[in-house]
Structures are given as structure tokens and as C-alpha cells.
Design a protein around this ligand. Structure first.
Ligand SMILES: Nc1nc2c(ncn2[C@@H]2O[C@H](COP(=O)(O)OP(=O)(O)OP(=O)(O)O)[C@@H](O)[C@H]2O)c(=O)[nH]1
Ligand SMILES: [Mg+2]
Length: 566
């Protein structure tokens, strides 16, 4: 019935009386009636509150608007694939400096005035800032390279070049940045100048050398003959120069653990200085210098970014336990839900807003006393038996579990013994922890023997004074993996259990068994399900919910905030 559908969409619009004044009230009423019976097709697009006549309405409590619950049991195509990346490498290029200008005053009756070439502009800086609200590194992973703007060249009338544009890199809170390699042309030049000075000292000839100049350092007046410069005595080159900002740059190799939101951006790589205009080279011998210096080239920094903290809460559960449905019930997430295992293939992050900023704060607890207005939840792919041996989606998602502050074990009350399910989940997590510790130990051993940190190569040259081995430079350092991050043990994290599908019949006994098991763990009469000694067991609790009906989920934020605040 395409005609009815289109008119159904039409009548809901507020502009209808103006656009279609001929449609009388009677006709509108009959169209509305027809549209009500054909809502599903256009309701999605209109986002109206027209009541659906679907079967699901029978099981819904009358107080809830139906569309709120429809999103908890969506059709397979009603989801958004949120891009997600928790580790990436990226190269930052700070801006190069603009060149100095060679110019002379020229006015009426002053045919050949004094020099007035301005200096080149400074290159743009690279800043980094950890902010709340970002949950993934996918935007940076897609860029691969980020360049700050180069400084503009100087101009006549002593006008300096414009500064290059800065780049601000925003990353999620909990990102770890580690330097893989860097190329700092100014440091290389410093090393070169140092070794040349030593050579010159030996030959007892320092200072200006007639007819000898490095073409890559100087700008030459285009109107002159090359022979002019061949016979010219060049002034001493000012040498490699750095901006004062470079002093506040973090020392090489950069290692940053950005685990708190930053109020101000932090400088990562300062832009290079611009070249000097020809006014700087005026002397009695050379009153009208036809030379200026080039701008310094900008530095490059290749770093690895890794999310140490993925989200405040990680949902850990067997496949099909209802994790994605729970995330949809708690947040605005559009995670895919399906009645089959491995519906979720990569983490989905949702944000639970605790305070709507209307009236008094609802919950004012935080890790350092600051008011917490929201927290994030990560829906992670389902864990299966022997996942720690890389079965199923294996280690990749266990890695994500390690990156949550609080673990929420999601067990399906309708799928057999939930105590056994919880223990199976903990067994995998515990095994993974053992496996990871071994991995880190092995890595440390290896690196003690043959791993050299990838330090600033120019600095190492400077120290060794063995300039000029290009082979050392060309080694592809990006291939060299960095050691794994050291993270707090998973078993030390606070945890609780979300018992889902409590709306299904005969789930009460299962939940009662789960509760008594948790009470026994708390009291110490039963060992911690991971089998680890120092595991967290202060106050594990179980929350029964029906995620599909959004019942019982409102208790979860309070439990999470309690565990997050320690
Ligand atoms: N009756 C009932 N069904 C539920 C509930 N929660 C989820 N389901 C259903 O269980 C099935 C699996 O839900 P998902 O949310 O996709 O499960 P999952 O844990 O994310 O699954 P994977 O992503 O494969 O690990 C879907 O058909 C849901 O509709 C619930 O509280 N009650
Ligand atoms: Mg899922």
C-alpha cells in the first residue's frame, strides 16, 4: 500500500496544513487510522510516538513507551557498526620553519636602499590532550600521518612570515603513548656541526671560509650571478637553532601514560624555527647582503598509541548471554543484537549518563572526589572455553577485558547452572592472566639480553661522534615491536554479576544459587572463582535483570559507581 504509507508519513508532519490546505479534517482522520495499521514501515523514519500494534506490546508494562523497548530487541539490520581501534601507530610531523627573505628598501629617489628582508615564520607544533568522551583511536589510526603547518617565508619591509598551524591530537583518557622512532633534523645538524667544529679545531681554521658555503643552508638573491657567491666571504652560519618551546618537549624516547583528563594540551613536538632575513647579515664588509638562511626542517615522531583503559566497566560473558542487549538497555548504544553466538565481533562502548545536569547532581562520587557524571561500558565479544589458548576470538577480546576498571560478569539465568558459567568465565580470565604474566616475563628476559631502546639516533651519534653511517639510519625501526604494556592484574579488579534473562520462567532457583555462591566467596568459605590468592572479593554482588524489558537495569549504575569509587 504505498499510497497509504506515504500519506501516513505526510499527516504526521507539522507543515501538513500549510502544504496541503485542501485536506479536510475528515480525510486526515481516516488517513491517520490507515497509517496506524501501517506504522512499522514509516515509524522508523519519522520517530513519532504512534503506537505500534505489534505482538511485543502484550509483554510490555504499560508505563513504558513502546519504542523504548523495541530498540532492545531490534531487527538484525537495526544496528550501527561503531568503528573501534585500541592500538595504532602514527607519525607526527612538526612544521618546518619558513625561509628568511632577501629584500632591499626601494622608494622614490632611493634606488638601492638598505636590506629589509623579514625572518621566516615558525612551524606549527604538535600537541596532545587526553579528553573524556573519546573512546577509540580509530580516527587517528585512519590518519596514519599528522602534519603541522609549515611557517610562511619572510617578506620585504621587515615582515616576518606567518606561523604554521598547530595540530591538537585528542585521545581517550587511558591512552599510553610510546615512541618508536624519531627524526630530528636539528639534532642531526647539531651533531654534524659538533663533529665539524672538532675537525676545524684540529686544522686551526674556524670561522668564515671564502667561497665555501652549504647551499642547503642559505637563500641566495635570485638576481645575482653564481660567481658572485663563489668569490664571496660568507658570514658564519647561525647554526642549528631550536625554538624555546622545544625545552618543554618531553625527553626522548617519549613515554606518556595519559590516565587522567588533561585541562591543557601538552606539547609533543615543537615546530622548527624560521630562517633569518638578510638584515641579520649586515656588516661593514657587506652592507647589502644578498643572502638569508633557510628555515629549519621540522622533526618527525613515530609513536604507538594504545588504550590502557578501554572503559570503566567491561561486560564479560559467554556468547549469547545478552551483553549487547544490556548495553542497549543502559546506554544509547546501537550494538548489534542477535540470537546466535558471536554477534559482537569488536567492542562497543556506551556511556551511561548519571547526571542530566537538571537540578542537583544525582551521584557525586569519583575516583579522586571529583563528581562523576557518567561512566563508560564496553560490550566485549563472548568468551568461550579455552579462549586463553586463542580459541574462538581468543586473546584479542581477553586483552580488552584487561582494560576495564570494573568487570561485570553477564550470566544467562535461562542457560543452565549460572554458578558454573561464572566459574568458567573466571577460569578463562585467570588462565589469561597467568599466560600474560609469563609473556611479560619472557619479554623482559629477552630485552635484557638483546633489546636496545630506540633512542633519538642523532643524540646517540652526538655521543659517539661517529657521524655518517647511513645504514644505521635506514633500519626500519617501525617493524620492531614495543614490549607489552604492564597493566594491573585482572583478578585485582572489582567485579559484580549481572544475571540476565530473569524474565524467563524457572530462573529464580538459579539466581538464588548464584547469590549464595557469591555470599560464600565474600565470606571466604569458597575460593575465589579465578583460583588466584589475592583476588578481589570484598563485595561481589549479583543484580537480576531483564535487559530485553529494561527491568532491573536501573540498579546497575549505583553498583558500578560504588565499585569505581573504591
Ligand atoms: N528473554 C530475554 N532475552 C534476552 C534478554 N537479553 C538478551 N536476550 C536475547 O538473547 C539473545 C542474545 O542477545 P545478545 O545481546 O546479542 O547477546 P550477546 O551476549 O551480546 O551475544 P554475543 O555478542 O554473541 O556474545 C538475543 O536474541 C536477545 O534478544 C533478556 O533479558 N531476556
Ligand atoms: Mg553481543
Amino acid at each position: 500500500m504505498p499510497s497509504v504509507r506515504s500519506s501516513g508519513c505526510l499527516i504526521s508532519g507539522t507543515l501538513t496544513p500549510f502544504l496541503y490546505p485542501s485536506i479536510n479534517k475528515q480525510l486526515l482522520r481516516s488517513l491517520r487510522h490507515a497509517a496506524r495499521h501501517h506504522v512499522p514501515a514509516c515509524q522508523h523514519r519519522l520517530n513519532t510516538t504512534v503506537a505500534s500494534q505489534s505482538n511485543s506490546q502484550d509483554i510490555l508494562p504499560p508505563s513504558k513507551p513502546p519504542q523504548d523497548l523495541e530498540r532492545l530487541d531490534p531487527s538484525p539490520d537495526s544496528y550501527a557498526l561503531t568503528p573501534f581501534t585500541d592500538r595504532c601507530t602514527i607519525t607526527f610531523h612538526a612544521g618546518a620553519g619558513g625561509h628568511g627573505c632577501i629584500s632591499f628598501l626601494r622608494e622614490k629617489y632611493i634606488a638601492a636602499g638598505p636590506p629589509n628582508g623579514g625572518d621566516g615564520g615558525t612551524g606549527g607544533n604538535i600537541y596532545i590532550q587526553a579528553v573524556r568522551g573519546e573512546t577509540s583511536l580509530h580516527k587517528l589510526a585512519r590518519r596514519g600521518i599528522l602534519k603541522a603547518g609549515a611557517g610562511k617565508n619572510g617578506a620585504g619591509k621587515n615582515r616576518g612570515g606567518e606561523r604554521g598551524g598547530d595540530v591538537l591530537v585528542t585521545v581517550p583518557v587511558g591512552t599510553v603513548l610510546r615512541e618508536v622512532w624519531r627524526r630530528d633534523p636539528v639534532a642531526e645538524e647539531e651533531a654534524r656541526a659538533y663533529s665539524e667544529r672538532r675537525k676545524a679545531k684540529r686544522a686551526e681554521e674556524d670561522g668564515a671560509v671564502k667561497g665555501q658555503y652549504r647551499r642547503d643552508q642559505w637563500m641566495l638573491y635570485p638576481g645575482s650571478q653564481p660567481s658572485e657567491f663563489r668569490n664571496m666571504e660568507f658570514p658564519k652560519h647561525p647554526g642549528p637553532r631550536r625554538s624555546n618551546l622545544a625545552l618543554v618537549q618531553p625527553k626522548a624516547p617519549v613515554q606518556l601514560d595519559l590516565d587522567k583528563p588533561m585541562e591543557q594540551p601538552m606539547l609533543l613536538a615543537a615546530g622548527a624555527l624560521g630562517g633569518l632575513g638578510n638584515t641579520h647579515f649586515v656588516s661593514t664588509d657587506m652592507p647589502r647582503p644578498k643572502i638569508a638562511t633557510k628555515g629549519e626542517p621540522g622533526m618527525s615522531l613515530h609513536v604507538q598509541l594504545e588504550l590502557k583503559l578501554l572503559a570503566d566497566v567491561g561486560l564479560v560473558g559467554l556468547p549469547n548471554a545478552g551483553k549487547s542487549t544490556l548495553l542497549r538497555a543502559l546506554t544509547n548504544s546501537r550494538a548489534r543484537v542477535g540470537d546466535w553466538a558471536f554477534t559482537t565481533l569488536q567492542p562497543n562502548i556506551g556511556t551511561v549518563v548519571l547526571d542530566s545536569h537538571k537540578g542537583r547532581p544525582m551521584i557525586t562520587a569519583g575516583r579522586r572526589g571529583d563528581p562523576r557524571t557518567n561512566f563508560t561500558i564496553a560490550d566485549i565479544p563472548g568468551v568461550i572455553e579455552d579462549a586463553h589458548l586463542d580459541k574462538g576470538l581468543g586473546l584479542s577480546f581477553l586483552r580488552h577485558i584487561e582494560r576495564a576498571a570494573v568487570l561485570a560478569f553477564v550470566v544467562d539465568l535461562s542457560a543452565g547452572d549460572s554458578v558454573a558459567a561464572l566459574r568458567a568465565l573466571w577460569r578463562e580470565v585467570g588462565e589469561y592472566e597467568t599466560f600474560r604474566n609469563e609473556e611479560i616475563n619472557a619479554e623482559t628476559q629477552k630485552r635484557l639480553v638483546d633489546w636496545k631502546p630506540l633512542v633519538n639516533r642523532a643524540t646517540s651519534e652526538f655521543e659517539s661522534d661517529t657521524f655518517g653511517d647511513p645504514e644505521v639510519f635506514e633500519a626500519d625501526a617501525s617493524e620492531m615491536p614495543l614490549p607489552p604494556l604492564t597493566l594491573p592484574p585482572i583478578t585485582s579488579k572489582p567485579w559484580f554479576v549481572v544475571a540476565t534473562k530473569a524474565d524467563l520462567p524457572e530462573t529464580q532457583e538459579n539466581f538464588a544459587a548464584l547469590q549464595s555462591y557469591l555470599a560464600a566467596v565474600r565470606d571466604g568459605t569458597v575460593a575465589h572463582p579465578s583460583g588466584k590468592k589475592n583476588a578481589w572479593k570484598d563485595r561481589p554482588s549479583a543484580v537480576p535483570v531483564s535487559a530485553i524489558k529494561a527491568e532491573g537495569v536501573e540498579r546497575i549504575p549505583a553498583v558500578v559507581v560504588d565499585l569505581l569509587s573504591g
